[in-house]
Design a protein around this ligand. Sequence first.
Ligand SMILES: NC(=O)c1ccc[n+]([C@@H]2O[C@H](COP(=O)([O-])OP(=O)(O)OC[C@H]3O[C@@H](n4cnc5c(N)ncnc54)[C@H](OP(=O)(O)O)[C@@H]3O)[C@@H](O)[C@H]2O)c1
Length: 252
Amino acid sequence: MGQLTNKTALVTGGNSGIGLAAAQRFVDEGARVYLTGRRKPELDAAAERLGDRAVAVQSDVSDLGDLDRLFQRIADDGNRLDVLFANAGGGEALQPLDALTPEGFDHTFGINVRGTVFTVQKALPLLNDGGSIVLTGSSSASRGVAGFGVYSATKAALSQFARVWAAELAPRGLRVNTVVPGPTDTPGLRGLAADPAEVSAMLDGMAASTPLNRLADPAEIANAVLFLASDQSSFMTGSQLFVDGGEVQVYP
Ligand SMILES: NC(=O)c1ccc[n+]([C@@H]2O[C@H](COP(=O)([O-])OP(=O)(O)OC[C@H]3O[C@@H](n4cnc5c(N)ncnc54)[C@H](OP(=O)(O)O)[C@@H]3O)[C@@H](O)[C@H]2O)c1
């Protein structure tokens, strides 16, 4: 029997990178998984790879109407949720203070913070008591990394929401934790390089920022997400689980 047998999970941003790796891990452990994203071809490819227990729903977390349609679809299928992995997000607008624009600020906060807040709020009626909510932070939110001001502020905000929601939802036995990835080799991370020719140097620099001197594989983050999603972490709520190669806690 798998760790998530007979459970239903929702993974936002499940068509790529960390979300796809987590969706795969959940399916391998017996869950039925709804996965979302904006790009339909990537969603369809992910659902095909994951097999019969995966359901892809095209949905943008920054669009409240899309969120309503997503949860209506899950309800119409006769399902409730045991696990919510609120993972959709990214690091656009990586710029120093003097180059920030209101549009870039609103865009990144709109997806990473507003999108996550209303994903969780709108999931509440469908979440079973005793379920698990996992938010996606970032090691950059615990350090001062030039150019990461807006992005790391969105992730710091999420860790704080997790603590507050852990308090608010404890009476229902709902646990809320934040997985905190360090640099992880995903399409999203590679896309941060301004010039494709700079990807390799950028990844090497990020690897060197971790005492383990490498990037994470998305599957390594997914293992931690599974732990937080499952009963293995039954006495954890309001916590941050760092999966960062020691980047934040260890002096290299
Ligand atoms: N990779 C790292 O080093 C790293 C480190 C720390 C934290 N993180 C966090 O981990 C999460 C996953 O990132 P990743 O590295 O796996 O990047 P990725 O490969 O680009 O995956 C991002 C996922 O989020 C989805 N997404 C983005 N905006 C969305 C929106 N508005 N609505 C719905 N889905 C949306 C994308 O799908 P569509 O584009 O199709 O919408 C995609 O499935 C993010 O929250 C990121 O901030 C990553």
